[in-house]
Design a protein around this ligand. Structure first.
Ligand SMILES: Nc1ncnc2c1ncn2[C@@H]1O[C@H](COP(=O)(O)OP(=O)(O)O)[C@@H](O)[C@H]1O
Ligand SMILES: O=C(CO)[C@@H](O)[C@H](O)COP(=O)(O)O
Length: 499
């Protein structure tokens, strides 16, 4: 039997899967690392933590492996997107990585529009200037930390840095580079025009490669530290959402994914780069060759639930916390939650909006709050589905992955709010599975990622929308949509009082 490894460098943890030739997850391990929130809107991580936890995770995984180590043929990666890692002339990290959910860069986004122009930016990158993307972060460092910026020789994204520490070689691949706002998405090359207009040295941008390309072998040092064979082949990998799409079989037109991790994403496959969503949803290169995807993003999806648990039920498991939500009626007895804990992206690109519970009644119990959080996260994702449908997309079947797919009640809420059939896969591993599939395809096990998906991915269960719940949720969704406009200005005024 042959094996591959998929490494998913998520926001909350690195999740490592050992997958055999049939797509069975033989072993898995997850190693967490912290987020540093120094101020409101700031979100950083230490790249050293990613490398240490991946090394320890691989070591622990392989300790439990009783097969031939040489039979592990390849490794590939999935990574949280957009995070800025700055390297000096010796490829040493210059400062903590600034993450995708860091929203300190509103002024830099404005400057990008002023200098490049909104339409030109959309023409080149197919995306608007959003705080979470990499280019605004690069400009923030340039303005606020000139002494750091003066030492920058290269910038990379989180999983590219991890891969560099494994192979000693620096590259970035298209699906993640698309989220930097520095790449021409159609031409698949760095935009020297944007670089020059904004005073970024084009040489800071690393070489670009496709997701399934072989980019090197592991170093002797890394082989020693983990127990891997020095012959293990390393493949570039993809953005976590691209890998989530691959790992869920979103590889042809008409397929839609809902991924609820720290962030939440609704993603749709695009065969071409010529659709026009006017920047309302992100438009990125897929990890599958010569294809694309569009997606809307909720910044604090699983994060809202984690925040609630950490704040009000720290010692309980997610399963315990969610145990009673099925007994709470649709609409949580009149309690509504908006998940804007760290601002929002789709459909409101707004860094200063914050979350609300609306309609708290003295009769409400904790379970009402928990269900309201799940419903609020799902309403937010429904805003993206709404945009897709308004633009003529048919969305009747959605594959659900991530934390949000671990709970049956939540999957039914998704079916009822999205008014679509929800599919849960058997080995629900999302991005890590997509990374493993890139390694399997790269190793030549299959002629295409679609062939690999046919072998690896199996459906577990479907959740059908309940007509009566769908009607109730339609009314509630319209109230939910009002909360943003009604609380926007209040939140601006509250800004001065935040940490
Ligand atoms: N048993 C569970 N039921 C429902 N949601 C869960 C459960 N366990 C974790 N989650 C949610 O899933 C999220 C983590 O999902 P994951 O895909 O691992 O995130 P990431 O890739 O961002 O690290 C958490 O934020 C949490 O809210
Ligand atoms: O910013 C985005 C996508 O544009 C996020 O989806 C990140 O890629 C983080 O993903 P998770 O850790 O939530 O999976």
């Amino acid at each position: 039997m042959k094996y591959v490894i998929g490494v998913d460098l998520g926001t909350s943890a690195v999740k490592i899967l050992l997958v055999n030739q049939h797509g069975d997850v033989v072993l898995s391990v997850s190693k967490p690392y912290p987020i540093i929130n120094e101020k409101t809107g700031y979100s950083e991580q230490n790249p050293k933590d990613w490398v240490e936890q991946t090394t320890t995770g691989l070591f622990e995984l392989l300790k439990g492996f009783d097969g031939n180590i040489e039979a592990i043929e390849g490794i590939s990666f999935s990574g949280q997107m957009h995070g800025l890692v700055l390297l000096d002339e010796n490829n040493e990290v210059l400062r903590p990585a600034i993450l995708w959910n860091d929203t300190r860069t509103t002024a830099e986004c404005q400057r990008i529009y002023e200098v490049v122009g909104e339409k030109r930016l959309l023409d080149i990158t197919k995306n608007p200037a959003l705080e979470g993307f990499t280019l605004p972060k690069l400009l923030w460092v340039k303005d606020h930390e000139p002494q750091v910026f003066s030492k920058v020789i290269t910038f990379v994204l989180p999983k590219d840095y991890l891969r560099y520490k494994i192979t000693g070689k620096l590259q970035m691949e298209y699906s993640d580079a698309a989220g930097t706002l520095l790449m021409d998405v159609s031409k698949k090359e760095w935009s020297t025009e944007i670089c020059e207009l904004l005073g970024i040295e084009p040489s800071c941008c690393p070489p670009l490669v496709p997701s399934h390309s072989e980019v090197g072998k592991i170093t002797a040092e890394f082989a020693e530290a983990t127990g891997l064979s020095k012959s293990t082949r390393i493949f570039a990998g993809g953005a976590d959402n691209a890998c989530g799409a691959i790992g869920s079989g979103i590889l042809e037109d008409g397929k839609t994914l809902c991924s609820i991790g720290t962030s939440g994403v609704v993603l749709s496959y695009e065969a071409s780069d010529d659709k026009d969503f006017g920047g309302k949803v992100h438009y990125f290169n897929h990890g599958a060759p010569n294809s694309f995807y569009t997606m809307g993003v909720t910044l604090a999806a699983g994060y809202s639930l984690t925040w609630f648990k950490d704040t009000f039920a720290r010692d309980e498991s997610f399963d315990r916390l969610l145990a009673d939500v099925g007994s709470v009626p649709v609409g949580s007895n009149g309690l509504l939650f908006t998940p804007y804990l760290v601002g929002e992206r789709t459909p409101h690109a707004d860094a200063s909006i914050r979350a609300s519970f609306i309609g708290i009644d003295s009769s409400h119990q904790r379970r009402d709050f928990v269900r309201a959080v799940l419903e609020g996260i799902t309403f937010s994702l429904n805003e993206s589905i709404h945009i897709f449908r308004e633009n003529g997309k048919r969305i009747d079947t959605i594959v659900s992955i991530g934390g949000g797919a671990l709970n049956d009640d939540w999957l039914q809420i998704q079916a009822d709010i999205f008014d679509a059939k929800i599919i849960r896969l058997k080995s629900e591993q999302g991005p890590g599975m997509g990374a493993a599939m890139l390694a399997a395809y790269g190793c030549g096990w299959f002629d295409s990622l679609k062939d690999c998906a046919n072998e690896f991915l199996k459906e577990d269960r479907q959740f059908q929308p309940n007509k009566s719940n769908v009607q109730k949720y339609k009314k509630l969704f319209s109230i939910y949509q009002d909360v943003y406009t009604q609380t926007k200005d209040m939140n601006k005024k509250l800004l001065d009082f935040r940490k």
